[in-house]
Design a protein around this ligand. Sequence first.
Ligand code: SDX
Length: 433
Amino acid sequence: MSDKGFRLTAPGLDKDGLELEVRSGTLGPDVVSIAPLYRQAGVFTFDPGFVATASCESEITFIDGEKGILLYRGYPVDQLAANCSFLEVTYLLLYGDLPNQQQLDDFLYSIGHHTMVHQSLLRFIDGFHYDAHPMAMVSGVVGSMAAFYHDSMDIDNRRHRDIFAHRIIAKIPTIAAAAYKHSVGQPFIYPRNDLNYCSNLANMFFAVPCEEYKVDPVMSEALDLLFILHADHEQNCSTSTVRLAGSSGTNPYAAIAAGISALWGPAHGGANEAVLNMLKEIGSVENIPKYVAKAKDRDDPFRMMGFGHRVYKNFDPRATLIRDMAHKVLGRIDGVDTPFFDLALKLEEVALKDEYFVEKKLYPNVDFYSGIIYRALGIPTSMFTVMFAVARTVGWVAHWQEMIADPKRKIGRPRQLYIGPEKRDLVPLSKRT
Ligand code: SDX
């Protein structure tokens, strides 16, 4: 790598080779612009899973996987978690700076007065079978929002983009709660404008028409922290899905619905549900060695859910904060059974001493402890990934807005390494043996 860039030499290139521009960001690794590769050298790059590929420029979130650093618009996530509310952090991710008091008050008023959904949307929820997975309901309903809010879907209109952002962030808890109520056969509880974002979500989940429900402040505080820590994570699978879907110019509700579907996978946001199911399967501390051995066995498809990360090769800073919150929550909610938490702590201790996990740098990630808190709050396992989606909607919207506002935006269209059959002529059916 010369001081100006990369010089690529290869057969078929002239003797000076091909100069590729190297660009530096504010933080993190430099990037090599590879666009000339195909034009001038006739080759594609090949990077399945995009392990070493930067797909875009972004100002929103920075991760240093080696040092376990996570910054939202430059602010360390632990400082935001200790000093801000989820909607304050939401404002930061959307607009680039923390709000002053007036800006925050205006933002809270706007979000707080857009929490209701069209009554017909609620009839969608009623159309699902009682045992439909809540992620199926939420992704379906969010995609259908394009049928209701087409009055502000001109993606090139800044005002429309802002209206969309406030609408989807305000309504996603209402949709999540409606899916939950449908799954437990209880009546839908309308949002209340006198409650803050997380207390309103808790009330829509757990209130029932036949008696007064008081939101436990511990629940509201725990949800607020969990949502801050799940709000964004640069170009993860679901955010990249939102960017790719959105790059076609489709409406933003369709792009967010695509992100929800990508998040559902157990390798991604579905891991929090998979962790609890794994802990149930492990059952007791005595069984930990057997499951650690299964995780290490290349012939065994079992993976230690909640461990490992594409970027973090050190502790996921969010996992540490969530584990500390789990200690706090479990100690403050009456009657919470803690065997899963005790089992998780022991599993972490055993795994982190095992050379396989150490050598492959597999540490607990954001999903390892979050489900334990959700369970302690009374949220069923099937709703864990929906809770992740409620929080990550903020990051998806911020990245969608950043992409759409970029005058240089292009539709995403990767190429491939074709390994199929050579060109061949068709044999008529009558002659096929
Ligand atoms: C999230 O990208 C993001 O930012 C995601 C996220 C976000 O906020 O958006 O942080 C949220 O998705 C967190 C990750 C949740 N998923 C899980 O907890 C599922 C379990 N973890 C793994 O499936 C895995 O670690 C991934 C998917 C998270 C990362 O996979 P990579 O980067 O593709 O790594 P890999 O699969 O190539 O694994 C490298 C090696 C492999 O062994 P070898 O083939 O080299 O011998 O480590 C092994 C893997 O077999 N390995 C594991 C393991 N994770 C990786 N072995 C056992 N248990 C595991 N959990």
